[in-house]
Design a protein around this ligand. Sequence first.
Ligand code: HSE
Length: 307
Amino acid sequence: MTAAERPGPVDQLVTDTVEVSVPASSANLGPGFDSLGLALAFRDTIRVEVADRLEITVEGSGAGEVALDESHLVHRAMAATFAQLGRAVPPVRLTCRNRIPHGRGLGSSSAAIVGGIVAARALVPGGSLVLDDRAALDLAGRLEGHADNVAPALLGGFTIAYDGPEGYAATRLAVDPRVRVVVLIPAEAVKTTTARALLPDEVPHVDAATNAARAALLVAALTGQPELLMAATEDRLHQEYRRSAMPGTCDLVARLRADQVPAVISGAGPSVLAFVDESDTARVLAAAPEGWQARALHIDLDGARIC
Ligand code: HSE
């Protein structure tokens, strides 16, 4: 049955099938807590087909672990998008092919949220006009609770996200082409809620001031002065507070930094993000402890896209 032959709201959809891919992302980048983010060149894909009933299949990361009902994050994001567009979400067959590991600080939940929003708005006539990227980012940020991963997942590249007068917003900057990254991924996941629960309600003023300077410096470093990356990736707001949940991660960050590699916790952890250039990629890949995966990645410049 085609979309045109279906009764009810389905016959008002643009198409009955849409496929979206969304990049992984790394947030914080050291001092830019809940703000800075970088899209990484490996992707989840989500296929949505209008169907007679809800059916969800997950392949790859999260298969056999995540719920396959309305509570699935992609479906929740689709439902929120349809609601914002004044529609009820139709029954769909949802196929998620996940490459981004879950619970590792690489933006898997943001990719699910952004993928659900971008797929849903592509189904509704005029969806991308009513819910443009600015509105989509705000919706994604509200679903996620902060916008530092959803911004690069949606827009690609290096993003500065903030909570503005009209909701979550972000600006995107061009990254110096010399900047590459290596991600080092441990076998064990850590929940973001666990990592956030370790943060104090208050921090010393000197630490906040240090982070403000480093975050500003990081913008300069990533956009044209990568030689500043060591100084620019120092953090005092979150990384050490999270040590008890990820001691191996903090040790690896310290080891790499002692070796002059600008390394940070990726997002809420427990993966490590290291900035590299061509000459030191191999030695950083070789620094992965036993049982960890290491991947050299380009920065994704596209963000979420319809396949
Ligand atoms: N800024 C967030 C945190 C990233 O560090 O908790 C996780 O989404």
